[in-house]
Write a protein that binds this ligand. Structure first.
Ligand code: GLC
Length: 605
């Protein structure tokens, strides 16, 4: 396959950028062209469209500010910078964390104190008027939500964060737009070109053929995957809520528009993008329309384009899928895809181990997680703004009863300490980390200490597994479930709001008082972060070895040559003979350790 020359890319660039652009195109141009040809090569005018895309890439590279070009150069010299043991992430809503972009800037000190170097802000672009799925229904890719500030405030926040050594990650909702986004509005007004931006079917015949093999993301609140839109006189593909219209990536114009939107945000100073709902980007009849090869081709083409225009920028895949389907989002040694991907089954399996007092699911997830390709990393986390959907563990659990038992446990049944809130007919669970770990039900100091141990256990796994650990807003302060959303008719049906309350200033003020829950959790997490930073074997790329811990409640996970995490997921005290579990080299007195209930021990040598 003949790869087109980069003439159109270079034509619009000032001469001092030519050498870099040329060498990046030499490295990534073939992937860009091949993936786009795979997706769109059969359509008329493909080569001319590709040339126009190169010209667009040139314009965007030419518009990149000098400060960001400097970051590109720095990161090109150290491509695995984000896989370092020094990285720690934090995820938050702008409104709930700081009220506005300016308010977030005022909280930079708090982030620094917690050891954070990567801040993921949930969607902050202008959302749909009215209900908008927590900002995941976008009315614009270019203007921020006016309730949070101005585009200039965003620019100032990017700069302030960068000066503080914190990379800003923005959400990029690439699977769909809101029904009041100009593309949707144009389609409704009869613009035939924009109608092609969506999957619109004149009657039920195609939807009825697709539907039997599709899953349902919100079976209760938004059943089905298609919505009849009268103004279009057709059925629109809506994987999520009816007001979120899936984009049609079989249309190459959609790819170009979304890629350009991403790069314009990158030129404002956004350093990383959480690519929302990446699993759903391509549709094929008879399939689940998730994780299809074309979805990966789209991501690989996007990565190649980013590597040419803004190589300092990171792409992070949000694909909440079974373990088997996760690694593809990080690409391979041959073809890079996203730099980062959420390890969603590790997250769910950690909670499952707490419910079952048994690490067998967790160990299986870990055993099924292959080594990372070069310069890639997992995102490891215990909670986020979304629910924990237990079905992603179906392969490891092998039975629905087992998953139901885990869900029941977190919904407070069978005398459980947890106070989660059911979601999606009980197949998923919401709740803050502290409420799931038992802080709501703890009535004695001993029980509170157990809760703290459980939180340290799960965070300790996220901090040591090999990835970029991501804290969720408020979890660093032991925040509990907040049920105020029930009074809001636009939110009451969606229990995910139980973990999306505004950061509580009282808890923030108590963060140094170790006698209360907020201070105890904050102190414990700071200690963990400091220990992580001092251990080079915790960098994401270091090998991981699962030891046979004998007792099913224990996880024994070694990293590199010098680190071992021993975690007891049960309420029992467990004595371990280190030699017997193959950990004799971590010499401790007498070669034996006792792990108290829910205790975690990090051994280093
Ligand atoms: C992602 C988001 C979730 C949202 C969905 C649709 O899964 O994390 O909050 O509802 O995408 O945009």
């Amino acid at each position: 396959m003949q790869i087109p020359a980069p003439d159109r890319l270079l034509a619009v660039l000032p001469s001092h950028l030519h050498a870099d652009a040329r060498s990046r195109y030499a490295e990534h141009g073939a992937t860009l062209y091949r993936r786009l040809a795979q997706l769109y090569g059969g359509s008329a005018g493909f080569d001319a469209w590709y040339e126009d895309l190169l010209a667009l890439a040139g314009q965007l590279l030419g518009a990149r500010p000098a400060s960001l070009l400097a970051i590109d150069a720095q990161r090109a010299a150290q491509p695995d910078w984000f896989a370092s043991e020094h990285m720690l992430g934090y995820s938050a809503y702008v409104a709930q964390f700081g009220s506005s972009f300016k308010g977030v800037a005022e909280r930079i000190g708090h982030l620094q104190e917690a050891g954070v170097s990567y801040l993921h802000l949930l969607p902050f672009l202008r959302p749909r008027a009215g209900e908008n799925d927590g900002g995941f229904a976008l009315a614009s890719f270019d203007d921020v939500d006016p309730a949070l500030g101005t585009n200039e405030d965003l620019d100032a926040l990017c700069t302030a964060l960068r000066e503080a050594g914190i990379s800003l990650c923005a959400d990029l909702v690439l699977n769909h737009v809101a029904d009041d986004h100009p593309w949707a509005v144009g389609a409704v007004q009869g613009d035939a070109r924009l109608r092609e931006f969506f999957h619109v079917f004149p009657d039920r015949s195609m939807p009825d053929r697709y539907e039997p093999t599709l899953g349902q993301v919100f079976p209760q609140a938004a059943p089905g995957n298609f919505t009849y839109v009268e103004a279009l006189d057709g059925w629109v593909w809506t994987t999520f809520y009816p007001f979120q219209w899936d984009l049609n990536y079989a249309n190459r114009a959609v790819f170009a528009e979304v890629a350009a939107a991403l790069l314009r945000l990158a030129n404002r100073g956004v350093e990383a993008f959480r690519l929302d709902s990446t699993a759903f980007l391509w549709k094929r009849e008879g399939s689940s329309c998730m994780n299809l090869p074309e979805a990966h081709a789209i991501l690989q083409a996007l990565r190649a384009l980013v590597s040419i225009v803004a190589p300092g920028v990171l792409l992070k895949a949000e694909a909440i899928v079974p373990t088997r389907d996760l690694p593809a989002y990080l690409g391979s040694a041959d073809t890079a895809e996203c730099h980062l991907a959420y390890h969603s089954t590790l997250m769910a399996a950690g909670w499952a181990a707490l419910a079952e007092q048994d690490t067998s699911l967790l160990r299986e997830v870990i055993a099924n997680t292959p080594p990372l390709p070069p310069a890639a990393s997992w995102v490891t986390y215990i909670r986020c703004h979304d629910d924990i959907g237990w079905k992603i563990l179906a392969e490891e659990a092998r039975s629905q009863e087992r998953l139901n038992g885990i869900a029941d446990f977190f919904h407070g049944r069978h005398g459980s300490f947890a106070r989660g809130v059911a979601f999606q007919s009980g197949r998923a669970t919401n709740g803050t980390a502290a409420s799931l770990a038992g802080f709501e039900t703890a009535s004695t100091p001993e029980q509170a200490a157990d809760c703290l141990r459980r939180l340290v256990l799960l965070h300790g796994l996220a901090f040591s597994f090999g990835g970029l650990p991501l804290l969720y807003m408020g979890d660093e302060l032991g925040t509990l479930n907040e049920h105020g959303y029930l009074a809001d008719p636009g939110r009451a049906h969606d229990t995910r709001w139980v973990q999306r309350a505004a950061l509580d200033p009282a808890r923030l003020a108590q963060r140094h008082d170790a006698s209360g829950a907020a201070g105890a959790v904050f102190g414990a997490l700071r200690t963990l972060a400091a220990r992580r930073q001092s251990q080079p074997d915790l960098a994401a790329g270091q090998p991981r070895t699962l030891l046979h811990a004998v007792d099913p409640a224990v996880l024994a996970l070694a990293r590199g040559e010098r680190f071992l995490n021993l975690s007891n997921f049960s309420a029992r005290s467990i004595e371990l003979d280190l030699a017997a579990i193959g950990a004799g080299q971590w010499a401790v007195d007498g070669g034996r350790v006792v792990l108290g209930p829910w205790a975690m021990l990090w051994l280093e040598r």
